[in-house]
Design a protein. Structure first.
Length: 216
């Protein structure tokens, strides 16, 4: 399905959504069709969100691209992803940071964590660690992180995640707002003595369930 994948990337480039060379190469390489259910395989490269399992979705490719662009990812960085889901976005992050980087990805649904781990192992991603747990709490043991990506909408920005973000220009991308409604996609930059917040887009994400998110 390489032709479909390359066509997807080309369309995102033509729409000026996808611009970074590293992200372009990652999206050209990662086989998105392996991260969707078999009955969705022929739709894997459509620019639409798709249902995966356990009431969750895989984001539309343009959203994957946008969030990666907003994070301004660099080689060798340590990234925390909250909401592994299918594992596709995790694979993109792993490609971008390279072998010297590290991705920690938290998924609260054991079935999804297991399925994503299996695909990522098959694709030989050695720089990814999947953790089953409450992503709204982050993963303090490996903090601070150069980047934090939250792939589910929170009612507010969890302060605990800001505290796990590097003070040296760490960046977090997180959707916030009402549950299953139009939300704000925020980009947060942390400096030693200040926090910058900017709304970059309106989005609709599944809810972030957990201690510092929505109640189940």
């Amino acid at each position: 399905m390489e032709e479909q994948r390359l066509n997807m990337v080309s369309q995102l480039q033509s729409r000026k959504i996808l611009e970074s060379k590293m992200i372009i190469e990652a999206m050209k390489k990662v086989p998105r069709h392996l991260f969707v259910p078999l009955n969705m395989k022929n739709r894997a490269y459509e620019d639409n969100p798709l249902q995966i399992d356990c009431g969750q979705t895989i984001s539309a490719p343009h959203m994957n691209a946008m969030m990666c662009e907003y994070l301004q990812i660099e080689k060798g960085q340590k990234i925390l992803e909250i909401g592994t889901g299918s594992g596709y976005h995790c694979a993109l992050l792993a490609e971008i940071v390279g072998n010297k980087g590290k991705i920690y990805s938290i998924e609260r649904v054991p079935r999804l964590a297991k399925k994503a781990s299996k695909v990522l192992r098959v694709l030989n991603y050695d720089n990814i660690e999947i953790i089953t747990g409450d992503g709204s709490c982050g993963h303090q043991i490996e903090a601070p992180y150069d980047r934090i990506l939250v792939t589910a909408a929170s009612p507010q920005i969890p302060e605990i995640l800001i505290q796990q973000l590097s003070e040296n220009g760490g960046i977090m991308c997180i959707p916030t707002g009402k549950q299953r409604w139009i939300q704000d996609l925020l980009v947060i930059k942390r400096h030693e003595h200040s926090i910058e917040k900017k709304c970059v887009s309106k989005v609709i994400f599944v809810p972030l369930i957990g201690k510092f998110g929505f109640k189940e």
